[in-house]
Design a protein around this ligand. Structure first.
Ligand SMILES: Cc1cc2nc3c(=O)[nH]c(=O)nc-3n(C[C@H](O)[C@H](O)[C@H](O)COP(=O)(O)OP(=O)(O)OC[C@H]3O[C@@H](n4cnc5c(N)ncnc54)[C@H](O)[C@@H]3O)c2cc1C
Length: 445
């Protein structure tokens, strides 16, 4: 397995679940940890830091040999790969999950890559808002956006942050080439997001991307101008080409419905590196499950290769109650059926709803008995669902505080984990509380 991100880890977990220990797994990745990028958008606002999983932990729990190197070339005729450092490794089956390359696309804009410097730059922008040096902010979804949701989250989290920091009168605007907000999730999500934007006073412009930014003014592709001191956007996802693999006209790896690489034997590719147009963690895991099932079947395990059926699950962090969005993409021709709710539509309610990844990561906090990922019936966006969510949250917090008062910090931390699941992320005040209780627990040992 080449890669150390979402698709690679899901492949490893799925392979072990489906094929047991009949297979030796090598993982090739340049870094030594997996960073849970979807939660990085909350870091500038002081939320709990995004989870970082050392790959050594996966090596221990799932019997994987980790090579700290980059895949440079695939040599299909020899069934081997060439790694940085000029070593080679042979394979029977190869799964490529090397991700994409984030490319800045708008000169003058703050491009939030999810890397630490992007988090620092966004913190500096919040300081400027607080000091009154910046008062007009535009959030721009990149053209041809492969995954628009984090841009919406930055806008909503900023709008929720402002009143808490005494920022009054700042103008927030949002531009997207989509015809409706979060279009891929269908009408229910579009309505939910429009309502949230209305409530927070964010001006929404759909159907046009940003064409240019002068430093004071933005021009949209439909000719509209918006005054803005700063523009915030995400990078476009570009290809991360590997020698010896086929590429489409944009450099991405073409795959079939089973995630098998077109024209090659025994090689699969999953995630942002592939030609699938939407670049999203949940989809990467679904492709990884298809690839792992195909490999397990060839290994003679009781697994059956099945095409991946893309289902989008998006947990939108709003700074207040998180929204859960779900859409079946069917044959990829658009959102066939979309749902939106303020109660979790799947369990565990994680940002990246991987069948094996979500329970695995949830289990890292020592919580026993986490079930496999499954979908739940939607309760719709109604007042009852909101109230039920608040009630569960309130109860979990009360139990956490009660346990902490008794000195049972281990149990208190578990209740806090429940709150994190319910909200999708832990806010600044609760993140502090967790750090305090963790310190108390360490001291008591
Ligand atoms: C700010 C932000 C927020 C996001 N929010 C969400 C969200 O809420 N929900 C969601 O589902 N998705 C979200 N995404 C998208 C999601 O993170 C990606 O779609 C997902 O990580 C893709 O998985 P992947 O395995 O293809 O690539 P990645 O997770 O990027 O992993 C690629 C891995 O390959 C490694 N690598 C690179 N080159 C090589 C090489 N030559 N050889 C070996 N290894 C290599 C990298 O080091 C990395 O470990 C977000 C992305 C960003 C940037």
């Amino acid at each position: 397995v080449a890669g150390g991100g979402v698709g690679a880890i899901e492949t490893v977990l799925a392979l072990r679940a489906l094929a047991g220990h009949t297979v030796a797994i090598d993982l090739v990745a340049p870094g030594d940890e997996f960073i849970y990028r979807p939660l990085v958008v909350t870091e500038p606002f002081g939320y709990a830091p995004a989870l970082r999983l050392p790959l050594a932990r996966l090596a221990d729990t799932h019997d994987v040999r980790v090579h700290r190197a980059a895949l440079e070339a695939v040599l299909p005729a020899e069934k081997s790969i060439r790694l940085s450092g000029a070593t080679t490794l042979s394979y029977d089956y190869l799964v490529v999950a090397v991700g994409g390359r984030g490319k800045p696309w708008l000169p003058g804009a703050l491009t939030f890559t999810g890397a630490p410097d992007g988090v620092d730059a966004y913190r500096a922008l919040l300081d400027e808002l607080e000091a009154g040096d910046v008062s007009r902010l535009l959030f721009a979804v990149p053209p041809g956006a492969a995954w628009a949701l984090p841009t919406y989250e930055l806008a909503l989290l900023t709008a929720a942050w402002e009143p808490e920091h005494g920022v009054i009168g700042a103008e927030l605007a949002f531009a997207t080439p989509e015809q409706r907000p979060l279009e891929v999730f269908g009408l229910a999500a579009a309505r939910a997001v429009s309502d949230l934007f209305g409530d927070r006073g964010i001006a929404l412009h759909c159907g046009a991307a940003v064409a240019s930014f002068s430093g004071e003014r933005v021009e949209l592709t439909d000719g509209i101008h918006i005054e803005a001191d700063r523009v915030v956007t995400l990078p476009q996802v570009g290809a991360n080409p590997v020698d010896g693999l086929p590429q489409d006209d944009r450099g991405f790896i073409p795959i079939d419905d089973y995630a098998a690489v077109l024209g090659l034997e025994d090689v699969w590719a999953v995630g942002d590196a592939t030609s699938f147009p939407i670049k999203q963690g949940g989809l990467a895991t679904q492709q990884a499950d298809a690839a792992a099932a195909a490999v397990a079947e060839r290994l003679g395990a009781a697994a059956q290769a099945e095409p991946f059926a893309p289902v989008m699950r998006g947990l939108l962090l709003t700074g207040v109650t998180s929204a859960y969005l779900r859409a079946d993409l069917g044959n990829g021709s658009g959102a066939a059926k979309g749902e939106a709710a303020f109660n979790s539509l799947w369990w565990p309610p994680s940002k990246i709803a991987g069948r094996y990844l979500a329970p695995y990561l949830a289990g890292q906090s020592d919580l026993a008995g986490v079930p496999e990922l499954h979908d739940r019936a939607p309760a719709g966006i109604d007042e009852r669902a909101r109230v039920a969510h608040e009630e569960q949250r309130r109860l979990a917090l009360e139990l956490a505080d009660a346990d902490a008062n008794w000195g049972d910090h281990r149990s208190a931390l578990r209740w806090l984990q429940t709150v994190e699941w319910l909200d999708g992320a832990l806010g600044p005040e609760l993140a502090d509380r967790r750090a305090r209780w963790e310190a108390e627990l360490r001291q008591s040992r």
